[in-house]
Design a protein around this ligand. Structure first.
Ligand SMILES: NC(=O)c1ccc[n+]([C@@H]2O[C@H](COP(=O)([O-])OP(=O)(O)OC[C@H]3O[C@@H](n4cnc5c(N)ncnc54)[C@H](OP(=O)(O)O)[C@@H]3O)[C@@H](O)[C@H]2O)c1
Length: 231
């Protein structure tokens, strides 16, 4: 069944692949990105798929959410995908931390998904599917951290996982399902050339995983192929 999906960071990488995968299965996609004017790949897709709309959203800017909310109005959203994310500075080891950059990484990776949910909760809760997916990372797992370092990125995704868990509890009464999903090590600008999963494969598998989750699944940390991960 066709659904409406809102995706942040949709102009490249995993967000773009998710956008394309949703369009191929006839979903309506509200594709959000920082700079729509230069979002060439999205504009190319919009020539093929009229069900794609492109919107401006810098996920760290409060005023952008209000403008997006105004543009979307009461439109029902079945699936919200908080995908936009940053790795932060290259050097993130002990003694190398840039504290200003850390705050920026937190604003984008940890705070923005909650902000997105707060702004579009009404659109989501009126839908059939009522699902919020936050693209997290295995790097945010405290349990699976064997290597240390990467303070900014790891802590931002661990904080995101905590946000996901609280939202899953807080929104359960409204039937909204909230998940943290690790997309795999994906060949994107962030994942780099050595990554093992193609962005398209990640997107298709992730959407299939969502489709086959038992009804009501919420408050879990899963790999894109559905495998449960420890927090
Ligand atoms: N690739 C991997 O192996 C991997 C592994 C684990 C988790 N992840 C997570 O997967 C998600 C997508 O990553 P990716 O690999 O696709 O990375 P990517 O290729 O670097 O793309 C990142 C996307 O996030 C957007 N973005 C960054 N800051 C933003 C902001 N302030 N407002 C709006 N959009 C912003 C970028 O937009 P611009 O083009 O405007 O910069 C871009 O669309 C991230 O949350 C990442 O942490 C990725």
């Amino acid at each position: 069944m066709s659904q409406t999906v809102l995706i942040t960071g949709a102009n490249r990488g995993i967000g773009l692949a998710l956008t394309h995968a949703c369009l191929r299965r006839d979903d309506q996609v509200i594709a959000c990105c920082r700079d729509p004017y230069h979002a060439r790949a999205l504009h190319q897709l919009s020539e093929i798929y009229p069900s794609l709309s492109i919107h401006q959203l810098d996920v760290s800017r409060g005023e952008d959410y209000l403008e997006l909310k105004h543009a979307i109005g009461d439109q029902v959203i079945d699936l919200l995908i908080a995908n936009a994310g940053v790795l932060g500075p290259q050097l993130q080891g002990f003694g190398q931390v840039d504290y200003h950059a850390w705050a920026e990484v937190f604003a984008i990776n940890s705070m923005a998904p909650l902000r997105l949910a707060e702004h579009f909760f009404d659109n989501l809760k009126d839908s059939e599917r009522r699902t919020l997916v936050c693209i997290s990372s295995i790097m945010g797992s405290i349990d699976l951290n064997q290597e240390g370092g990467s303070y900014l990125y790891r802590s931002s995704k661990a904080a995101l996982n905590a946000v996901v868990k609280s939202m899953a509890i807080d929104l359960a009464g409204d039937g909204v399902h909230v998940l943290a999903i690790h997309p795999g090590w994906v060949k994107t600008q962030m994942g780099g050339e050595g990554a093992v999963v193609e962005a398209d494969e990640c997107a298709v598998t992730l959407l299939e995983t969502l489709d086959r989750l038992p009804a009501g699944t919420s408050g879990q940390f899963l790999s894109y192929d559905g495998k449960p991960l420890t927090w």
